[in-house]
Ligand binder design. Structure first.
Ligand code: SF4
Length: 911
């Protein structure tokens, strides 16, 4: 690949090929946003090389930033230099460890000698810090250099590790043999392995730095967090694609990149990984780390405790020496997650922890959304945002994503199940638990009981057979919910901390995993039979018939208390920022309590506050007002800090034909409102339009409907009226399947049909795919080239305005956001924006590269409103034509496709 350096506005941007003008503009604007510490909203349609522009733009800035910083450091460390600049501009010391507050003001009237003294001290401190940083950086570079040139090191250490492992396991075996005669007697009332289920003493409600298994060994791995770029995207495949782009880019060889993932993706301990669910893997991993720490502490104290017994070996991959080695291996060469896992297995080092140790020295950290957007996850991963750059890609649904991450739901079933399990747990281990443990368990039991009562049920009865007298949906503020549940006297923050520190959910899961199906203890049998039966009836995954090991694992449910833990945490949100939705269905088991986050900005505020710069990028970011108002303004970002950049498409402008069609061939006005869209004449007119379009469009036509229900209705109507048969003359008809597992199959058949029609000729010229906006075909699937020569949007896909969630959100926005003069109320604007976001997502599917071409047809006269047109992506908005009648629209379509494809076209303008 040629590596061309492009100079744009005096900045050098290495690029693998001569960039398009829009890529140059993108990189230049991105550079400025990062340099000036702004918040950028970047829109670049798919197919325009957005990832490459992000990589080359951002890494060019980082390169210059590092060079400037080093130069400045060198200058400051020269003898006789004036480190604080004597009033000059602030130097670029924004590595997180040495960022200064922008303006340190001196109190007025301070004597000169005090000012001088303070200034001298600051100078000395700064110089000291710079020196330390230099030493750390030099050490790291030396280490990485060594790793780069000494591949055998890895294998030598691997051998060493294997030897250690063997010795350790022999020692363990001997200890167990020796211990079997004594400790088993002391704990005879519990069965083997059961004591790990007993909650350890819960000492204090107060934060303890040492409580969460921080090993002093880990401090050795602590490094300065250099200024870096955090890049996050929605899916693992998008992240993997990005990493591959970095590998191929001119920065691929020299960038220190680390990919972060969950334990589910990165764990290499088969016993733990096979547990299946993220929650279980996380808890088991943390538990075995904890046993290691406890074991270590006990060894140090040198006095064996009778209460607990070592039952789980520490993870063999959790070895600091090996993980340090893995960290360096990660940093010397760009790797994707698969390569990371392979390397971790080879080197006997945990990739999950190894990658986290690589964060401080990495220049580019690639991670999934929740790891960046969820504060607790972010902290646990060791991510520090102070002074850093964050790029959030594929961000068109960012607001919904944050809302989703923090919104939780618990069903009546889960509440009853958790209560029953916890009660049994307390009865079995009550005497062994310390008072504080008992107190919190009782509080949790009380909370569960009251929540069930709020739904109108009784915690002591089977939720499947409890029919609720009152049904429907009710929405409450958090405070009202807590007050009416009569739990407002409980400190939920303390309960939340108890959950975290005691790991009660995990312990309970271990307990039910052991006894969930059959409680073998004869002593408990008579007392718990009813409960057991009830418990069993609630556990879908537990059956008496033997199931295959893997199948059993897949079916294994997570602990219901884990869900409740999330719900309780959500209830600690400020009253005005969330609501509780009580959904009472026929039976208690189907009813639920849902926490709805109304203000995602509260969780985004920290990101924009701490970061040096934040870039929110996507293929279709229109309408951007949502980001500006709901996310940034509410998070306290001043309007001047926000920069918008929207680039055109790489395709020549005449490769698209976007049309708004206001009436059909028989002059029927097109307005697909809820009242009108089901009228037979509307469905007939839509069919006639499609028939005409299918006559002039070659290859594939993708037609989007606002909902599954409406698509089915229209399909049935056309079937009856004979229109389907007319359509089938030109195009084979496919429908979006309801099940995600069938999507692949339908797409294959659709694409095969188009290819074969193109080769064979004949009357059938391709295929017609009837899809649903926001369905499985509207995101992530490309209809490039012949797969999508025309995209039709039937009506406007407004969200269901009657949904209580949406109504509450609208009311919240009306109350909190200012109404701009001459504009709709913020709540109403939200509905319109949600609709246009969905439209933009769907219609953007058809143009995927520079030589692609397609027509885009919006069927509804409401699209012609200037305020609606303004919400289309710039590259479509600039070309869109509004056609009041069908004749000129059809003529334009015929001309466009004739010119573009050169196919001989059949046309019949139906009356
Ligand atoms: S330390 Fe790593 S490999 Fe071991 S269980 Fe935890 S995540 Fe898995």
């Amino acid at each position: 690949m040629t590596n061309k350096t492009q100079e744009v506005v005096g900045i050098h941007f290495p690029f693998p090929f001569p960039p398009y003008p829009i890529q140059k503009d993108f990189m230049a604007e991105l550079y400025q946003v990062l340099e000036a510490g702004k918040i950028g909203i970047f829109e670049s349609p798919t197919g325009t090389g957005k990832s490459l522009s992000l990589i080359c733009g951002a890494l060019s800035w980082l390169r210059d930033f590092e060079q400037k910083k080093q130069k400045e450091e060198a200058r400051l460390l020269e003898p006789g230099a004036d480190p604080l600049g004597g009033g000059r501009d602030q130097p670029p010391f924004s590595s997180s460890s040495c960022q200064e507050p922008p303006d340190t003001l001196r109190p007025a009237g301070e004597p000169d000698w005090v000012t001088q003294f303070v200034q001298k001290k600051e100078e000395r401190d700064l110089v000291e810090r710079l020196k330390e940083e230099q030493i750390r950086r030099r050490k790291r570079e030396e280490r990485l250099q060594q790793t780069r040139h000494n591949a055998q090191l890895k294998y030598a250490t691997k051998r060493l590790r294997q030897e250690e492992e063997e010795t350790e396991s022999l020692l363990r075996l001997s200890r167990e043999m020796l211990a079997s005669g004594t400790q088993a007697q002391q704990l005879e009332q519990l069965e083997s392995g059961e004591e790990e289920l007993v909650l350890a003493e819960y000492e204090s409600d107060e934060e303890k730095r040492t409580a969460h298994g921080v090993d002093e060994d880990e401090d050795d791995l602590e490094e300065e967090h250099i200024t870096k770029i955090y890049y996050c995207s929605r899916t693992h495949s998008q992240l993997a694609q990005f990493v591959h782009e970095v590998q191929k880019s001119p920065f691929g060889k020299e960038t220190r990149l680390v990919s972060l993932g969950s334990r589910q993706n990165l764990c290499v301990n088969e016993d733990v990984k096979n547990l299946g669910s993220v929650q279980l893997i996380n808890d088991r991993c943390m538990e075995i780390q904890r046993s290691k720490h406890e074991k270590k502490n006990r060894a140090e104290e040198d006095k064996p405790k009778k209460r607990r017994q070592e039952t789980k070996a520490a993870c063999p991959f959790y070895n600091h020496e090996q993980m340090q080695l893995l960290r360096d291996e990660i940093l010397v060469e760009v790797k994707d997650m698969e390569q990371l896992v392979t390397l971790g297995k080879e080197a006997w080092a945990c990739p999950y922890y190894g990658s986290r140790f690589a964060i401080p020295a990495a220049q580019l950290v690639v991670l999934p959304y929740p790891m960046l957007l969820h504060a607790a996850t972010r902290e646990a991963a060791g991510i520090r945002l102070q002074g850093q750059v964050v790029i959030i890609d594929e961000a068109h649904n960012l607001i919904d994503t944050i809302t989703g991450i923090y919104s939780t739901e618990v069903t009546g079933s889960q509440l009853c199940q958790a209560h029953s399990q916890l009660l049994q747990y307390m009865e079995r281990y009550g005497k062994r638990l310390k008072a504080k443990n008992l107190m919190y368990i009782k509080q949790i039991l009380y909370l569960l009981e009251k929540f069930v009562a709020m739904l109108g049920g009784n915690i002591k009865q089977n939720p499947n057979t409890q029919n609720l007298s009152k049904t429907g949906t009710e929405l409450k503020t958090i405070n009202d919910f807590l007050f009416q549940s009569q739990v407002d006297n409980i400190n939920l923050f303390k309960v939340q901390r108890y959950f975290e520190k005691s790991m009660v959910s995990r312990k309970l899961f271990g307990f039910t995993e052991r006894y969930g199906a059959v409680l073998p203890s004869s002593r408990l049998q008579p007392k718990l039979t009813g409960f057991q039966h009830f418990l069993k009836s609630l556990q879908p995954g537990v059956t008496e018939a033997p199931v295959e090991e893997d199948e059993a694992r897949a079916l294994r449910p997570t602990s219901p208390l884990m869900h409740i833990e999330g719900f309780l945490a959500a209830l600690t949100t400020a009253n005005q920022d969330g609501r509780v939705i009580l959904s009472r269905q026929g039976s208690l088991s189907q009813s639920s309590l849902k926490f709805l986050l109304l203000n995602p900005a509260v969780h985004f505020a920290q990101v924009v506050k701490e970061c040096r710069a934040v870039v929110i990028a996507g293929g279709t970011m229109q309408p951007v007002s949502d980001f500006r108002e709901q996310l940034l303004a509410c998070a306290g970002v001043e309007a001047e800090r926000v920069v918008e950049f929207s680039c055109g498409h790489v395709i020549p402008p005449d490769n698209i034909l976007p049309l708004v069609i206001c009436s059909g061939p028989s002059n029927q006005q097109l307005e697909f409102t809820y009242q009108k869209r089901e009228l037979p004449q509307m469905m007939d007119e839509t069919g006639r339009i499609l028939c005409n379009l299918c006559n002039v469009v070659p290859g594939g036509v993708v037609c989007f409907f606002p909902s599954y229900e409406y698509q089915r209705q229209v399909h049935a109507h056309w079937d009856k009226s004979g229109l389907l048969a007319r359509l089938a003359v030109r195009k084979k008809i496919f429908q979006e399947p309801k099940r995600a597992s069938q999507v692949e199959q339908v797409l294959m058949a659709y694409s095969k049909c188009i290819t074969s029609c193109g080769q064979v000729g004949g009357t059938v010229t391709g295929a017609l795919l009837l899809s649903v906006v926001g369905g499985k075909m509207s995101e992530g699937i490309n209809f490039s080239d012949d797969l999508g020569r025309c995209v039709v949007m039937v009506g406007m896909p407004y969200p269901n305005i009657r949904s209580p969630e949406l109504q509450e959100k609208m009311a919240y926005l009306d109350q909190t956001l200012p109404r701009a003069p001459g504009q709709a109320l913020p709540g109403k604007a939200l509905v319109e924006n949600l609709c246009m976001k969905a439209v933009n997502q769907s219609i953007g599917r058809a143009i995927r590269h520079q030589r692609d071409f397609a027509s885009i047809v919006l069927l509804d006269q409401r699209y012609a409103r200037p305020s609606t047109l303004a919400k289309l992506p710039a590259w479509i908005r600039d070309r869109v034509e509004v056609k009041a009648t069908f004749g000129p629209a059809f003529a334009a379509m015929r001309k466009f496709h004739r010119e573009k494809s050169g196919h001989s076209l059949h046309h019949c303008l139906s009356p």
